[in-house]
Design a protein around this ligand. Structure first.
Ligand SMILES: [Zn+2]
Length: 336
């Protein structure tokens, strides 16, 4: 009854309203149609490049970049250059671990993200000359060469640091190195103070190992690590201890092996157990599960690989994959 009266009153009041309500309604319909059209156009563009933002992403794990490798973990400058050339040729664009775990994947349409990680903060990864330039053949110098050479190849990576701090012993030199990384768009992650096997440590010791590095990175580079790489890939007795403790909260925890990672937009993404791939040729125990083998596999299985639609605000994928989308990203979804 009350509703009826209101309608009558509104009709009376609007007797002299002219055409305004109607105009507003038409505009609203136009807006809705435009939004729908724009979304359809974006979906068509995503389909065109076979976007698959629920596909897999390789996270490569490097250690030292040195001429005379001492172990299977080391890579020569020449091999690292060849790795980057191959990635650029295959359509990969580097993103940082922090960007990856927070879903900020801003690369051109048709390209594939790759996360380059460097463990143990060795001087072979970054040493600066007296003018603040990276020395030749360090990982950072080689990465920047590649970015200058291959169009669209971003010179970014994540450095998982320990107390070694790139071989720098004074607080001033440590500050210079960490600040340089931050100022040049590189990402600094946590790898624990003493590179300890966390599996056998108490909760307090796990927290101390993590907090000590976080404090150094905070103090020297005004940065809080977003992610942690577990030394030897070993979790503490309770996984949650590595992710969160008094004073720290990581958005991602990385392991040491042996497969590409799920997309951060996929339900199967496990932020506390993100696999990485050792950077190595197809030989010995790397015949199947290191970087060359996996990059070959992803090339041969392009439907399995993450391909961007070029719009960082959307999560684009073939419609039938919709059930595998993480609900947190539903509002950004662009199925086609
Ligand atoms: Zn390590």
């Amino acid at each position: 009854m009350r509703k009826g009266i209101l309608v009558v009153v509104a009709a009376v009041l609007c007797g002299g309203c002219g055409t305004h309500p109607q105009t507003a309604q038409v505009a609203k319909v136009d807006d809705a149609a435009r939004v729908k059209q724009a979304k359809e156009a974006r979906a068509a563009a995503a389909k065109q490049v076979k976007a698959n933002e629920l596909g897999q992403i390789p996270v490569l794990m490097y250690h030292r970049i040195i001429d005379n490798p001492g172990s299977q973990d080391d890579r020569t400058p020449a091999k690292f250059r060849a790795d980057l050339a191959r990635m650029a040729k295959d359509g990969y664009v580097p993103i940082t671990a922090a960007e990856f775990v927070t879903g900020k994947i801003d690369i051109p349409a048709g390209k594939h993200p790759v996360v380059l990680t460097f463990d143990d903060s060795s001087p072979s990864q970054l040493s600066l000359d007296e003018l603040g330039n990276p020395k030749p053949d360090t990982a950072v110098a080689i990465l920047r060469e590649a970015a200058a050479k291959y169009e669209g190849f971003r010179p970014v990576a994540t450095f998982y640091v320990t107390r070694d701090m790139f071989g720098k012993s004074t607080p001033e030199e440590q500050a210079q190195t960490l600040l340089w990384l931050k100022d040049n768009g590189f990402d600094i992650g946590n790898h624990t103070l003493d590179h300890v096997n966390l599996r056998s440590r108490s909760r307090d010791e796990v927290a101390r190992q993590i907090m000590s590095v976080q404090k150094m990175v905070n103090k020297f580079a005004y940065h809080t690590p977003v992610t942690l790489a577990l030394p030897y890939g070993n979790q503490p007795r309770k996984q949650a201890w590595a992710q969160k403790g008094n004073g720290y909260a990581h958005k991602g925890v990385f392991l040491a092996g042996y497969t590409p990672s799920n997309s951060p937009f996929s339900k199967s993404f496990d932020a506390l157990n993100i696999p990485r791939i050792r950077a190595m040729d197809r030989k010995g125990d790397c015949t199947q599960f290191c970087s060359t083998a996996w990059l070959d596999w992803l090339k041969d299985n392009p439907d399995m690989r993450y391909t961007s639609d070029g719009d960082a605000a959307t999560v684009a994928f073939p419609k039938f994959k919709a059930p595998t989308l993480r609900s947190a990203f539903a509002s950004r979804s662009l199925p086609y």
